[in-house]
Design a protein around this ligand. Structure first.
Ligand code: PRX
Length: 635
């Protein structure tokens, strides 16, 4: 019996039970039957959750690009692996076959090797959504270099922190990137970022926008001439199952971003298995995930998951609103997309527009539509189901995280009955539990609690780059022996999960995971600011938007508050990125703090939401009188 594909609900329960009772047999069989290995493992899993020590497929040897590319060449060499849809709809789309992809990846792998990159070196990739981005990831994986993709919307400061943290030796970037009507000068941002990093020796630059750039002699090179010269065959490095494949940064509730480290074999198995099952992937499908490859969704469901299954995957360079709000629908019709995977924030933004935008296009190729990144509200779910899926495509509301590597809780298309706003059931191999405040597991149904996972799964991130202690503290100490997700959830009467949102200081804005601390740091850098606190509040398109409470320094100087708001947002743009800008600001005299100096965000959150009803227990506050002042000022 094969466990790779679940065909119906009864089989789901069979596979699920098997995966819980005998996880080693379950994952071992999947790994054995569906992938190419140089050497088999001796243990399927070896772990100690309390120590954050997790290994899958120990001692196995493989290369993920052999699995994502080479092994398809015989059967699918001429099949399209990647469809590139440019920002400008007038520019022709590109169809890259598996043969082409193999050639491109080998060439880039050879260029990287020629430039001195070897196994274990970190390579920062800061590229727009163009084919070279996927090729760069795979080229790193081919030679065993660890890719660290930084979303091309991050500012120079944010880029610089991430490059320094992981000690990248090389940066691959572009002269610029097109995004709707804008052009972003990426190389210029890298130049600025590198003023503060000394680990980077080489920069390779892709030409995309013909933006004027400065090339530093000895450090910077255009990549195309190097690719033209390079051989199109490259031997794949033999990797250990637990060798790091990539680092991807995600926000933490405190301090600097966390460089989540994903390793080779487990991530491969998880991304491939989840792709196949959640989206009911079949050979002739054309899969489109609208995320940016700069986020985990793009890593797992634009690049690795689809290619590992020999699928056709779409890379879209642009934005849903350019040249107008019909762009997504036009692309679905044009490329006959079968699975469409996007974020609630995009759905809400498009649902606000005239239905004519969508009605003009034939979306009948669609079979499955998916949602990811934040809770999807009921209205958006129905709009998506009615107007995009024509009530015939299962809506897969997929819950997961950068840390989990792949989808964890989600309907499996055509298997799990869906329910609006519910991520429904855990995938086989995933053992979620809800925990109460006393750290006890909550049994039964119709309950709410903190969402933890009690058994390791192959795709779990293994550590935080350079800080294993922080990894243990963040994920394994709140509920000892269990992985704490940071999310709250409820389990309904039939055992379906609904994710209710973050229970820590992370705010999800337009599907972007933002930690409050770095934004507060950016605000506090403004010379007029003494202190600040950020919380999220409901927003009809973004899901959550940011509300900043700011205390100004007492300089006696009278400042124009509107200008100050603009300047503060500029500071945030410069230090974190434009996605982290505040929607609202309130200048206050103080912040509610506990005796130990911790800001009581719960109160600030309620005020930001305009809910003054019940602030709960405020007895530990040092300055309870401040609440009245903040409340009044918010009106
Ligand atoms: O709060 C959850 C929310 O996004 C967080 C993870 O963010 P990130 O690591 O950036 O990864 C996003 C893409 C996988 C989670 O802790 N989240 C993600 N998917 C859902 C969700 N919340 C509700 N429903 C979802 N389907």
């Amino acid at each position: 019996m094969s466990y790779y594909k679940v065909d119906n609900l009864e089989q789901y329960f069979k596979h699920y039970n098997k995966s819980v009772r005998e996880p080693r047999k379950f994952w071992g069989k999947i790994a054995e039957e569906n992938f190419t290995w140089y050497q088999q493992w001796d243990k399927v899993v070896d772990f100690n959750m309390a120590e954050g020590d997790i290994k899958w497929f120990t001692e196995a040897k493989l290369n993920i690009t052999k699995n994502a590319i080479d092994r398809h060449l015989n059967k699918r060499g001429d099949k399209t692996a990647i469809i590139f849809e440019p920002n400008n709809p007038e520019e022709e789309a590109l169809h890259i076959t598996y043969n082409d992809l193999h050639q491109r990846v080998c060439k880039m792998a050879n260029v990287l090797r020629d430039q001195g990159i070897a196994k274990g070196d970190r390579v920062c990739i800061y590229l727009p959504m163009i084919p070279e981005l996927a090729v760069a990831l795979l080229a790193c994986a081919r030679i065993g270099a660890i890719h660290s993709v930084i979303f091309a919307g991050f500012s120079a400061d944010a880029v610089s922190n991430r490059i320094t943290d992981s000690g990248c030796k090389m940066v691959i970037t572009a002269d610029g990137g097109f995004r709707g009507s804008k052009t972003i000068a990426l190389k210029e941002i890298i130049d600025e970022a590198l003023e503060k990093c000394d680990s980077v020796e080489k920069i390779l630059v892709v030409k995309r926008t013909n933006t004027q750039v400065n090339m530093m002699e000895g450090r910077d090179q255009w990549i195309q001439p190097l690719l033209d010269e390079a051989s199109d065959n490259s031997i794949a490095e033999i990797m250990d199952a637990e060798d790091p494949l990539f680092i991807l940064y995600t926000s933490g509730s405190t301090g600097k971003p966390k460089g989540m480290v994903h390793t080779t074999a487990g991530y491969m198995v998880q991304s491939a298995y989840t792709f196949k099952n959640v989206f009911a992937y079949e050979e002739t499908d054309v899969f489109w995930c609208t995320a940016d490859i700069g986020w985990i969704t793009g890593h797992s469901y634009i690049v690795y998951g689809p290619l590992l299954n020999g699928a056709t995957t779409v890379i879209f360079e642009g934005v849903p609103s350019y040249p107008d709000f019909s762009r997504f629908w036009q692309i679905i019709e044009k490329h006959k997309i079968t699975q469409f995977y996007t974020a609630p924030t995009a759905i809400r933004a498009l649902a606000k527009e005239n239905l004519e935008y969508i009605n003009k296009y034939a979306l009948k190729s669609l079979k499955v539509i998916g949602s990811v990144g934040e809770p999807i509200n009921e209205e958006a779910w129905h709009w998506y189901n009615d107007h995009v899926g024509a009530k015939k495509c299962p809506v897969v509301d997929t819950w997961w995280q950068t840390e989990t590597g792949g989808i964890m809780i989600s309907p499996l298309a055509f298997v799990t009955p869906t329910k609006p706003t519910y991520a429904t059931l855990p995938l086989p191999g995933i053992q979620p539990v809800l925990m109460d405040e006393k750290r006890n597991e909550i049994e039964g149904n119709q309950v709410v609690g903190s969402l933890c996972i009690k058994f390791p799964w192959p795709g779990i991130a293994r550590t935080i780059w350079g800080d294993h202690k922080r990894y243990i503290d963040t994920y394994f100490s709140a509920f000892p022996g269990k992985f704490f997700t940071g999310d709250g959830a409820l389990r309904d009467e039939v055992g379906y999960y609904r994710i209710t949102g973050r229970v820590d200081d992370v705010v999800i804005v337009s599907g972007h995971n933002l930690g409050t601390a770095p934004i507060e740091d950016a605000i506090n850098e403004h010379p007029a600011v003494a202190e600040s606190a950020i919380v999220g509040f409901p927003h009809d398109v973004k899901g959550k938007a940011l509300y900043g409470y700011v205390i100004l320094k007492e300089t006696g100087e009278i400042r124009n508050k509107e200008n100050l708001f603009k300047e503060i947002n500029q500071h945030i743009s410069d230090h974190v990125g434009p996605i982290a800008k505040l929607d609202k600001i309130q200048f206050v005299d103080g912040l509610p703090k506990t005796r130990s100096g911790k800001i009581m965000r719960r109160i600030l959150r309620k005020i930001a939401e305009g809910d003054f009803s019940n602030f709960g227990d405020t007895s530990t506050l040092l300055n309870p009188e401040i609440i009245e002042h903040i409340k009044e000022g918010s009106k």
